[in-house]
Every structure is written in C-alpha cells, then in structure tokens.
Write a protein of this length. Structure first.
Length: 384
C-alpha cells in the first residue's frame, strides 16, 4: 500500500497537498487510541481475565464459536467494528492457544461477525454514520434495528454454519477446560479497566444523545482518546506501551487513503454509475454496485458518492438502509473490503501469528457474502 501511494505521488497522479488532505486523521487517531488501550489490556493480563469471564460457560467448541460470533456482533454495534478488531484479535489468539481451536477459524469468525454486527447500528461503522446523517431518517437507531436486525441475526447463524462446514475438525465434542488467568501487572490492569469503562460509558452517552435528539454531540475520536488517557497519563509504563503500538497498521491506512483518493480523482468509478443509466434506487443496483466497487475504492468513499445520487431521486428509507447494509457486508468478500479485516490480519501478524491469506479469507468470504446479499435483499425487498 505504501509503494502504491509512493507511485501515485511520484508520477503526479495526486499532488502532495491533495495527498495530505486525503488522509483521514480522525480514523488514525481513533485507531491510535484503541491500539493504546488494547495493548494495555493485553499486556496487563486484564484482557485474558475478561475473556475468561465472558467465555467460561462455553462447554464445547460449538458454543464457544457461537459466543464469539454473537458476542462480537453485539459489541461491534455499540463500540464500532474497528474497535472490536483491535481488542478482539488477541482474545481470539488466546482462546486458540487455551482450547486447541484453529486461530484462523476464530479470526474469521471475529472478522465476519463484527462486520455483520455493525450493520444494525448507525454508529457501527463510518459508512453507516454517513447514511444516518444524510438520509433524513427521523429515527436512525430505530430504523436500522427495525429493518436490519432480523436479517443480521439470520446471517450470523449462516456464518456459524459456514465456518462449521469449512472447519469440521475444529468443532470437536471434547469439553473445554477454562482456567482463570492471573493479572500480570495489576497497576496497568487498573488503568486499562478504567479506560475500557470510559469507552463503554461514552458510547452509551452517544447512543442516548442520538436517541433523545439532543442538540450536542462529540466525535468518536474523543471516545478512543479518552479511553487511552488513563494509560498514557497514569501508567509508569506508558513509553513501553507506545513502542508496542501497531504503527505499521497506521502507516498502512495513511497510505491507503492517499492511494484511494488518487483513484477517486480519475473519475473512473463515478462515470460508471452514470454511463449505464442505472436506477440507483433499485435494490439490485445498490447491492451490486456497493459490493463490487467497495473492493476498489473502499466502502466509505463509495457511500459518499452514492448518497447524492439517492437524494436526487428522492429514494425511500429502505434504499438508504440497503446502501448501509450492502456497503458494510462488502467487507466479508475479501480482506481489503473492510478496514477491520486489515486490522485483524495485521494485529495477528504483529503478535507472531502467520495471519490469514487472501485466498483463505475469500474461500469462505465469497459464499458468505453471496448469502448475506440474498438475505438482506429478501428482507429489505419485502419491507419496501
């Protein structure tokens, strides 16, 4: 990604000022804050302690994977999918070591479930937030839940069944033995726990602000920074934590923003939508365009392009919700389809795990995305 960004800069495809303006600082700050908190949670041992409390009642691999899928989905709807990608990756690797379950299968379960879970909330991911802000929905949280909750539950069950099909040997009947992990650094664990509670509390405040239509709000970057502050300000090991932040992933995203903006400036993808005179409010067009083009220009720019087109034709609420769902589940097709996928793969590799290859992800992601599209299309078509 860095090489691609360098090429478009050196060949003049994008100017330096345009490249700097293309870098989404809010996303980088959000990831930095969550990386700091996630590192402190893991390093102190509190993340292992917390995972024991969450999964100790799972008697078998089947129940464990179901708990991972549905627990991650619910948390993703509240804390945003990228946040869960940061915090959830070390938990999946820990569960793999403790119970002898494939790490790749658990990482895929995490990736697919946080993508699907984020569909049902206007703050589950950045593209949903754009839809909520520009669609004119009077009750975004209520609308997302009413139209998208049931098909999302169906798709989560399909995710479990598909993983079970592709990894039959991992769903053994042997009982799981759960052992409580001791805290490795009680002082850091205290600050990390406080940071995590701050993140959850601020997310709940944002939910209340949206539900009550209050005239004030604050950006998600504040949530991440507030969660990281106890570690950065009060921990004696703050410099060690900063050294272990996943800086390569932050560089990856900065370069990606530059490269995607360069492609955007060519106008190629914008012209495709107008050249064929498509009915931009039709569900087949929304799902087809969103899933395909999100692989090339990312789902957030795709949604930013598509929203004005829906506004021009005075599209229904169902069309806007279809755009949110389609652009989000595009992340289940390939690794590069969602930022959260990249975070999971990079995060796993930074911890010495071999990670997921493109084809390992795609062999499950392609059929899963086809099923996801069919389910959301069916439910939204019936609702419309």
């Amino acid at each position: 990604m860095l090489a691609g960004a360098a090429v478009v800069l050196l060949t003049g495809q994008i100017g330096l000022s345009e490249a700097l303006a293309a870098i989404n600082v809010d996303v980088l700050v959000l990831l930095f804050g969550m990386f700091v908190l996630g590192q402190a949670l893991e390093w102190s041992g509190y993340l292992s302690h917390l995972s024991y409390r969450l999964f100790k009642r799972a008697p078998s691999a089947d129940v464990l994977v179901l708990a991972v899928i549905f627990g991650s989905a619910v948390a993703s709807a509240l804390l945003m999918n990228d946040t869960l990608a940061v915090i959830g990756t070390p938990v999946m690797l820990l569960l793999s070591r403790k119970h002898g379950v494939s790490a790749k299968m658990l990482l895929l379960a995490l990736a697919f479930s946080i993508t699907l879970g984020s569909v049902v909330s206007p703050i589950g991911n950045p593209q949903n937030l754009l839809v909520a802000l520009h669609s004119g929905l009077s009750d975004p949280f209520g609308s997302f839940l009413r139209f998208l909750l049931l098909p999302t539950l169906v798709n989560l069950i399909l995710t479990f069944l598909l993983l079970r099909h592709f990894y039959p040997g991992e769903f053994h009947s042997r009982p799981l033995r759960h052992e409580k992990e001791p805290l490795e650094d009680e002082r850091m664990a205290r600050w990390a726990k406080i940071g995590l509670l701050i993140v959850v509390a601020l997310v709940l405040v944002k939910l209340a602000i949206a539900a009550l239509h209050l005239p004030f709000d604050f950006p998600l970057t504040w949530v991440a920074l507030a969660g990281a502050l106890p570690v950065l300000l009060l921990s004696r090991r703050r410099l060690q934590v900063l050294k272990r932040v996943d800086w390569p992933t932050l560089v990856f995203f900065a370069a990606m923003f530059v490269l995607v903006q360069s492609v955007w400036l060519t106008g190629f993808f914008q012209s495709l939508l107008t050249q064929f005179r498509l009915d931009v409010a039709a569900l087949p067009v929304i799902f087809g365009v969103s899933v395909v083009l999100s692989q090339f220009i990312s789902n957030v720019p795709l949604v930013a392009l598509y929203l004005p087109l829906l506004a021009q034709v005075h599209a229904s609420a169902v069309a806007y919700l279809a755009l949110a769902a389609a652009s989000t589940i595009a992340g289940n097709l390939f690794i590069l389809g969602a930022a959260s996928n990249v975070i999971i793969v990079q995060n796993a590799e930074s911890r010495g795990h071999e990670g997921l290859t493109f084809w390992e992800f795609a062999r499950i992601g392609v059929p899963l995305t086809a099923l996801n599209v069919a389910v959301y299309w069916l439910f939204l078509g019936f609702a419309g």
